[in-house]
Design a protein around this ligand. Sequence first.
Ligand code: IMP
Ligand code: MG
Length: 176
Amino acid sequence: MEQIGEILISEERIKERVTELGAQISRDYKEKDLVAIGILRGGVMFMSDLIKEIKIPLSIDFMAVSSYGMSTKSSGIVRILKDLDDDIEGKDVLIIEDIVDTGLTLHYLMDYLKSRHPRSVKVCSFLDKPSRRKIEVPIDYLGFEIPDKFVVGYGLDYAQKYRNLPYVSVLSEEDL
Ligand code: IMP
Ligand code: MG
């Protein structure tokens, strides 16, 4: 069995950072037409906390993509499981992701969303694991940079478990 190890990012630190990001996004998007696009399922907890800290009008939409299955290693194959509900033409899109690891998912998503002619596309990711990057992607707003460890909690899962932890924890090595 896999086990929860050390707490990497506490609930308090997450709250603080999310509040800062919300304030920054509120300033940057004042004159814009913001659509926050949450990436299911991992981005959901971050998104729901973040949008409460964004103090300007916005709309939300969701996409679900799959690149991993049950494994912790990236296959590089991205499949759209759920597409946007609304048109984003002329809108200022902010992608809300849980983590950028190899960058393959985000690279694909950015291309896909740009093809729908929004006015702008930017990225807000809760976590960044830069040591594993395979393809360069811009992260405009970042919660935390983390080392090359498999983490769970605050939306992130291992085999669909642990998403409900209110903090970020490292999963013990032996089963990965
Ligand atoms: P990428 O395409 O390799 O950047 O992978 C991004 C996706 O992989 C994320 O949206 C997560 O769902 C998943 N992922 C990558 N690293 C971790 C991790 O440490 N814990 C949980 N999920 C992860
Ligand atoms: Mg995931």
